[in-house]
Write a protein that binds this ligand. Sequence first.
Ligand SMILES: NC(=O)c1ccc[n+]([C@@H]2O[C@H](COP(=O)([O-])OP(=O)(O)OC[C@H]3O[C@@H](n4cnc5c(N)ncnc54)[C@H](O)[C@@H]3O)[C@@H](O)[C@H]2O)c1
Ligand SMILES: [Zn+2]
Ligand SMILES: [Zn+2]
Length: 345
Amino acid sequence: MKAFVYRGPGLKGVEDRPKPKIQASGDAIVKMVKTTICGTDLHILKGDVATCAPGRILGHEGVGIIDSVGAGVTSFHPGDRVLISCISSCGKCEYCRRGMYSHCTTGGWILGNEIDGTQAEYVRTPHADTSLYPIPEGADEEALVMLSDILPTGFECGVLNGKVAPGSTVAIVGSGPIGLAALLTAQFYSPAEIIMIDLDDSRLGIARQFGATHTVNSADGKAAEAVKALTGGRGVDAAIEAVGVPATFLLCQDLVAPGGVIANVGVHGQKVDLHLETLWSQNITITTRLVDTVTTPMLLKTVQSKKIDPTRLITHRFKLDQILEAYDTFARAADTQALKVIIAA
Ligand SMILES: NC(=O)c1ccc[n+]([C@@H]2O[C@H](COP(=O)([O-])OP(=O)(O)OC[C@H]3O[C@@H](n4cnc5c(N)ncnc54)[C@H](O)[C@@H]3O)[C@@H](O)[C@H]2O)c1
Ligand SMILES: [Zn+2]
Ligand SMILES: [Zn+2]
């Protein structure tokens, strides 16, 4: 089968690989129908993710059809259409029992990282009963691809951890797919203001279409002043970091109001200063989180009932044999205006 393979920092390619086989009784083999590329895949290609070894098939998102299941799988059968969660969870270990699937002792974020992923014709998914979701009849499968990772990430790590509430003020730093997913799902709670911050005016334009009340281009280094001016000098109740570089976590420290929350979402590769000399007295909370995907069933219902429409995040479509072109388009988002690219197997 065709597969997209990480070959070491800066190196990638399409390879012919054997079709995966069942290795444990809880496994399923899924024939991929649609997958996509995540910002995190670009981090891997740069060599930022130490757990991902050269030779790995990438991809942790997508929908497909069950091809075969191990003897222990009871909820799925060959032919079933399924949504694949980016997080594999056994449902039984101490962390899973606490709803912290991201830290499952035999799962977590392993797909397209520690085991081969979804950017291929077939993928082996461990703990299938508790890591796959049945696709409802008539569902828009491209919309569901957005539920593998980006919607639960924006919602759990950003909106829930940020305690977004009716009438509250929110700033989301980073208007990429994850920041926009936080923007879409923050609106479940009717905050008074959602201020989107980015360096890219075209992404800020999309943020306004998606419901941002204000947008700020932070290129001039004056974003904190702009946000203070919009919030009566107080700053925001929730400052959501959705980029993953020191400058944006520092900006969140300047944006947060007394009593507020800094909810970090970004994957950070470098250390960042924490200004306790000014924050110690501000009653703030700082949260970090690897997405657990515990909200996937709830988010699926909001997509099915059209409360949110994640297909608005899809900008490009490719076939699996065009995946190198898809990566190039996604990596040059500022020029191509790419957000999420759908890859059909
Ligand atoms: N915590 C988790 O579980 C989890 C899960 C998935 C992704 N992530 C991470 O979330 C982050 C966002 O993902 P994405 O796919 O939206 O990434 P992305 O790269 O597409 O978007 C980031 C956005 O930040 C903007 N940006 C860059 N530098 C900036 C700066 N200095 N000031 C303001 N804006 C700036 C870019 O213009 C871009 O629009 C990444 O770090 C990704 O790895 C975390
Ligand atoms: Zn991802
Ligand atoms: Zn577990």
